[in-house]
Ligand binder design. Structure first.
Ligand SMILES: *[C@@H]1O[C@H](CO)[C@@H](O)[C@H](O)[C@H]1NC(C)=O
Ligand SMILES: *[C@@H]1O[C@H](CO)[C@@H](O)[C@H](O)[C@H]1NC(C)=O
Ligand SMILES: *[C@@H]1O[C@H](CO)[C@@H](O)[C@H](O)[C@H]1NC(C)=O
Ligand SMILES: *[C@@H]1O[C@H](CO)[C@@H](O)[C@H](O)[C@H]1NC(C)=O
Ligand SMILES: *[C@@H]1O[C@H](CO)[C@@H](O)[C@H](O)[C@H]1NC(C)=O
Ligand SMILES: *[C@@H]1O[C@H](CO)[C@@H](O)[C@H](O)[C@H]1NC(C)=O
Length: 192
């Protein structure tokens, strides 16, 4: 690593344009500036509403089981130890053909020996409107037989930097024959 390489790197960083989401620069210096300025920023409350489509079979599968406990041969995704990875559509309405707001990408794991419950960890990638390019990180338990399941917004990026909040999920459709489920999400987010 010589001086020349450092010089080239500096030159490159000057030439390459700073990546930005809706004017929010994401390079380390800009992130520091943004944090330094926090005392002048006001907290905002944003309410989001969308439908989440978990499709586990068919031609447009967006959720697949990637692991299963060796002592459990159940094909049910609710079987203890089963883990799915998903890239599920988030839409305005309950119909998958309604307007796409973004993708929910993450994992769920059947983590309960008792009543069926999943551990969900996911990033919501928004692709529409004022939150286009911003993300929210969500972690929580999903006892799928309960009417409302509360999960935590633990952070975010872009417009949702330092986000905290509450996500509430409710199953509005569940079709074991086609392995699809639709969840309605209400998310209340505090951010800057
Ligand atoms: C600092 O915060 C104020 C108020 O929110 C805003 O108008 C200004 O653009 C911010 N400056 C920077 C560098 O982020
Ligand atoms: C799935 O894809 C196959 C092969 O392209 C096609 O024959 C079948 O009709 C498709 N099924 C559905 C439900 O779209
Ligand atoms: C699960 O299936 C595997 C492979 O078919 C088999 O070896 C194993 O004994 C089965 N386990 C149980 C608990 O049925
Ligand atoms: C696999 O998990 C399912 C769902 O929890 C359960 O009903 C079944 O008894 C389990 N099977 C084994 C072999 O542990
Ligand atoms: C979803 O919308 C499509 C066309 O936009 C329609 O054909 C279909 O019946 C709708 N599905 C439901 C469950 O309402
Ligand atoms: C969202 O942002 C991307 C990247 O900046 C852009 O290409 C796209 O057109 C935007 N979408 C909408 C609906 O504004």
């Amino acid at each position: 690593m010589g001086k020349l390489l450092s010089a080239i790197l500096i030159l490159c960083s000057m030439v390459i344009s700073v990546p930005a989401i809706h004017g929010i620069a994401e390079d380390p210096k800009s992130v520091e500036k943004w944090l330094d300025n926090l005392t002048h920023s006001k907290q905002k409350l944003t309410k989001l509403h969308f439908y989440f489509h978990d499709i586990e079979s068919g031609n447009s599968t967006t959720s697949i089981q990637i692991a299963r406990a060796p002592n459990n041969n159940s094909t049910s995704t609710a079987a203890f130890g089963g883990i799915n990875i998903f890239d599920n559509a988030m839409t305005v309405g309950p119909n998958i053909t309604s307007k796409l707001l973004g993708r929910a990408q993450g994992l769920f794991a059947a983590s309960s020996l008792g009543p069926q419950s999943l551990l969900i960890t996911m990033n919501l990638f928004f692709t529409e409107g004022e939150f286009n390019g911003s993300t929210l990180a969500i972690v929580g338990g999903d006892p799928i037989l309960d009417q409302y399941r509360e999960m935590s917004v633990v952070g975010g990026s872009g417009e949702f930097r330092l986000a905290r909040g509450i996500a509430t999920a409710k199953t509005v459709a569940n079709n074991p024959a086609t392995n699809t489920a639709v969840l309605e999400f209400h998310v209340v987010v505090i951010h800057y």
